[in-house]
Design a protein around this ligand. Structure first.
Ligand code: 48F
Length: 268
């Protein structure tokens, strides 16, 4: 068979365009493909919800690849290990309740599971804003990362979504955009982004979970973004909280999607 350059080009344009077109209206958009975003994407897509994840960089994985200080091993505790087991990531006991895992295996396994569960992952695409209607987020505004990097004045496109997860890690980009542009208080103590505090691993792992919740109508925070939004500590290269946070955000949203009127019923 003679290879046709034109067929190769058409195959890519057609399949990518179909993938993107099919994602213009989602149940959930996840912003950021670090560990928290990837677990959330797997769980939501696996539960049958239409899920798209936008990742600014070429590669998903966020801060997981680099382990601690470029030593590509991560540490998890018992509950985090259970999630890694489920995703088929090997773990090695270190000492009471601490396990290590190869960060490359972890990222690849989380990413593969998310895609195979049906999540659409779009790398090289940045979320730069939300769609705001009726005082709630109704989707995200996206553009090619390359457009942003080149500083080109090119208008973005949009993706409708019933729920959004800000899983952008330390910079908490979606909530920061909301804080800057929207005249509505966030559901944080000050009404704004509280900002991340210094490192306290034990406390931060717990607060990551506590802080995984809705921060603005239809916008949930997960992973390190949850602690940045609600003003808690960073934890360094222990990743159990990230994995569990992604799972918690997915569950909260799936529950909401299953019973959209639940909140209304709870109103006085
Ligand atoms: O930073 P990141 O890994 O977030 P996470 O899932 O995990 C945090 C840990 O890696 C580590 C830690 C705990 O041990 O403290 O830092 O909370 O992944 C965030 C991803 O979001 C992407 C970014 O490139 C990264 O891959 N991202 C950030 N802003 C945007 C974005 C944006 N506006 N649009 C699309 N992607």
């Amino acid at each position: 068979m003679q290879l046709s350059e034109r067929t190769i080009t058409e195959a890519i344009i057609k399949t990518y365009t179909e993938k993107l077109l099919d994602s213009t209206s989602c149940d959930v958009v996840i912003v950021g493909g670090g560990p928290a975003g990837l677990v959330a994407a797997s769980d939501l897509a696996g539960g049958g919800w239409k899920t798209a994840l936008f990742e600014r960089k070429m590669s998903i994985g966020g801060g997981m690849w680099g382990g601690g200080m470029m030593m590509n091993e991560i540490v998890v505790q018992e509950q985090g290990k259970e999630i890694l087991d489920e995703f088929g990531v090997g773990t090695v006991p270190f000492t009471d309740g601490y396990y290590t895992a190869d960060s490359i295996e972890a990222v690849c396994s989380l990413g593969a599971r998310a895609v195979r569960s049906g999540a659409r992952i779009f790398n090289l695409v940045s979320v730069e804003d939300i769609i705001l209607k009726e005082n709630a987020a109704q989707g995200v505004v996206i553009n090619w990362t390359a457009v942003q990097m080149a500083g080109l004045h090119v208008d973005p496109l949009t993706i409708d979504s019933r729920y959004i997860i800000d899983a952008t890690g330390h910079p908490s980009e979606v909530v920061r955009v909301i804080e800057a542009k929207v005249d509505i208080r966030l559901m944080t103590p000050s009404g704004g982004v509280e900002g991340e505090r210094s490192l306290w691993a034990d406390r931060a792992e717990q607060t990551t979970l506590d802080n995984t919740r809705e921060v603005f109508p239809n916008v949930f925070v997960a992973g390190m973004c949850a602690n940045a939004a609600f003003g808690s500590y960073r934890m360094g290269p222990i990743f159990g909280g990230m994995l569990l946070s992604g799972r918690k955000a997915a569950k909260m949203i799936a529950d909401r999607l299953r019973s959209p009127k639940e909140d209304d019923r709870q109103q006085p």
